[in-house]
Write a protein that binds this ligand. Structure first.
Ligand SMILES: Cc1ncc(COP(=O)(O)O)c(C=O)c1O
Length: 411
């Protein structure tokens, strides 16, 4: 497909919600880092499950249950293949990325001792800070922060000098939800292996933009959320190496994760079921598997090319507006089209309100990255986060909305 064809075919016809209007204007959805839209195929799959298949899994011998159990297991196999050919046993379904991080931080507690170190980066989402903060408080371990340069990219060579064998785990985001910067996870992985630290990667923002192979990265853990990759809410994935899952004790207890129960003793099912207590998110898993099929049909090379077009067009438009400050993005090749920005002293909520009057949905606030906002020296930013189904014509309307914001608020 040529670049011209990619722009002409905006893919947006696959997404029903993108056909609607807001404020009597065509909806321009640019809040994809918060959640992506869902294509018809995912919506239809979930509707079909509830209309024709709905039953619980792993519990009954009846046909509906057997059918759903098979599909649920197939969804797990699909995720395993999607992440680079991992084992079926290494994929745990959770309710989202946040739960996957909490699961690992809870299970790690027994492995961490006083004065051990957990490293995170300064650009983490709160979901990848708070669980490690609590782990450190409960164990006496120290939370250390990877240094960052003034281009808002991690200083990997300094980090390599600072980290020692006291480090037991490094938890970093693959791609920042606030800055759009892609972290060099392969280099971080190599450094972790040198000192014997485990590597946890928060992949919430990565999988809708780039092909991920957890085996090539050699990640010990990788977490994602279905709703940020064109799938449903309420489903997430934790990938973890088999031997780690076998060593961990279960995170939650209940039905579905047991082998034998008496009043005083219980034994647990093997992985992955040991980590899926209670009725799992069945419709979510089926919807996620459908989203993976959808991404595979669309192809990552097409997504990447389209996003590069959007990236360049947006940066070119911003280069003509001296009042706009974009955080980071000094090196386009280290970034996806997710931009945090401010316009002079206009409050980001005001920017977002003006944008809304043009039908443009963007996010304003701290983006669950308050420590990063403290480094930037601002309480909040406005954020535009593109997906491949956005189009160049959207950028012309963004430009109009920026100019209107300046007209109203900069006297
Ligand atoms: C980088 C990152 N990590 C984790 C999360 C948490 O994801 P969820 O709310 O789907 O659990 C988000 C959500 O915005 C995110 O952007």
């Amino acid at each position: 497909m040529s670049l011209i064809d990619i722009e002409k075919d905006t893919f947006y016809h696959d997404y029903p919600v993108l056909q609607r209007k807001v404020q009597d204007k065509k909806l321009i959805y640019l809040d994809n880092a918060a959640t992506t839209q869902k294509p018809y195929s995912v919506i239809n799959k979930i509707a079909q499950f509830y209309q024709m298949q709905n039953s619980n899994i792993h519990r009954s011998a009846h046909s509906l249950s057997a059918e759903c159990t098979l599909e649920y297991d197939n969804a797990r196999s699909k995720v395993a293949e999607f992440l680079g050919g991992t084992l079926f046993n290494e994929i745990i379904f959770t309710k989202g990325c946040t739960e996957a991080i909490n699961l690992v931080s809870f299970c790690m507690e027994k492995k961490i001792q006083k004065d051990d170190e957990i490293w995170i980066s300064p650009i983490e989402h709160h979901a990848n800070i708070l669980p490690w903060q609590r782990l450190c408080k409960n164990t006496g371990a120290k939370l250390k922060i990877i240094p960052m340069n003034d281009q808002l990219e991690l200083e990997i060579s300094t980090f390599e000098h600072l980290i020692t064998e006291r480090a037991k785990l490094v938890a970093v985001t693959h791609i920042s939800n606030a800055l759009g910067v892609v972290n060099p996870v392969e280099s971080i992985s190599r450094i972790c292996k040198k000192v014997g630290a485990l590597l946890f990667i928060d992949g919430a923002q990565a999988v809708s933009h780039t092909k991920v192979n957890v085996k090539e990265i050699n990640a010990d853990f990788y977490a994602l959320s279905g709703h940020k990759m064109f799938g449903p809410t309420g489903i997430g994935v934790l990938y973890a190496k088999e031997h780690l899952l076998n060593e961990f004790e279960p995170y939650q207890l209940g039905g579905g994760m047991i082998e034998q129960v008496t009043f005083h003793e219980s034994t647990f099912a093997p992985i992955p079921y040991k980590f899926e207590a209670g009725t799992p998110p069945i419709a979510g898993a089926l919807g996620l598997a459908q989203a993976i099929d959808y991404i595979s049909e669309t192809r990552y090379d097409v997504i990447l090319q389209k996003e590069r077009l959007l990236y360049d067009a947006f940066m070119e438009m911003c280069s003509r507006i001296k009042e706009i400050k974009i955080y980071g993005h000094k090196n386009p090749h280290h970034h996806i089209p997710v931009f945090s920005f401010n316009i002079n002293r206009i409050h980001p909520h005001d920017i977002s309100t003006i944008f809304d009057s043009y039908g443009i949905a963007i996010r304003s606030g701290h983006h669950c990255c308050q420590p990063l906002m403290q480094i930037l020296g601002v309480p909040a930013t406005a954020r535009i986060s593109f997906a491949y189904y956005n189009s160049i014509s959207d950028i012309h309307i963004i430009e109009e909305a920026i100019k209107k914001s300046m007209e109203i608020f900069i006297k």
